[in-house]
Write a protein that binds this ligand. Structure first.
Ligand code: ZN
Length: 233
């Protein structure tokens, strides 16, 4: 298994690691700052450097046995197993993912309907809501911007399933029911705004989201509204 450094600190941009496995075009290491594709958030890109070479990492994803694979571009050299490497993120791209991801939590807090899907990219993100009503874009934009400007602190904490069971009010305040069966649940909390299980990378406060623009609202079926958002800067 790969130690997931980004879970404790999403602002880490680089790290040293040891290569644990090499597949056809991917490298697994013992620890990483690279977020693997999941929860609607893309896998990170960046670079891997070792004494004898370097390569571009074009994607990050989970391998079959749960380790994190850093996919390098076709034809790039690969470090040998056991080699010490240095990993560095394309930070500008990842930071936009963090702003987008956090903006999605704000959107979900403003539009209190069930969420049926979502996707994040550096340019545009979307959430699908289980709703029939029309979306008042102007009102949503104003409400989201107010949450940004209020600069709510954001934190993550792990909680045991037993602890969840003994605090039923915690589950009631969550917008999404936590997945069970792993013994522990990772909770994302935007104090006073949102509390839900989430494994993605977030900002440390809502002010960093910056300027958000509500894009197209698409009707994807009678009970489905897709809301697109953009970062304006
Ligand atoms: Zn999240």
């Amino acid at each position: 298994m790969t130690e997931e450094l980004f879970r404790k600190d999403s602002y880490l941009k680089e790290c040293d690691a040891d290569v644990t496995a090499v597949e056809s075009q991917a490298v697994a290491v013992d620890r990483t700052v690279f977020y693997p594709l999941g929860g609607g958030q893309p896998g990170d890109t960046g670079s891997i450097t070792w004494p004898a070479g370097n390569a571009r990492i074009i994607d990050t994803r989970y391998g079959d046995s749960g380790q994190i694979l850093h996919v390098v571009e076709d034809g790039a050299p690969l470090p040998p197993v056991g080699e010490s490497v240095h990993l560095e993120l394309d930070w500008d791209r990842r930071y936009r993912h963090m702003r987008m991801h956090t903006a999605m939590h704000l959107l979900g807090a403003v539009l209190r309907y069930g969420v049926t899907g979502g996707n994040i990219s550096a340019e545009k993100s979307r959430l699908d809501f289980d709703m029939e009503d029309t979306v008042d874009k102007e009102a949503v934009a104003v409400a989201m911007q107010a949450l940004v400007e209020a600069d709510h602190p954001i934190s993550c904490r792990w909680i045991s399933e037993a602890e969840l069971d003994t605090n039923p009010e915690l589950v009631r305040t969550m917008s999404v029911q936590p997945p069970r069966g792993k013994g522990e649940v990772r909770l994302l909390e935007i104090v006073g705004v949102d509390l839900q299980p989430c494994g993605g990378t977030h900002l440390k406060s809502t002010a960093e989201v910056g300027k958000v623009r509500i894009g197209k609202v698409e009707k994807k079926g009678r009970r489905n509204r897709r809301v697109n958002i953009h970062l304006d800067d």
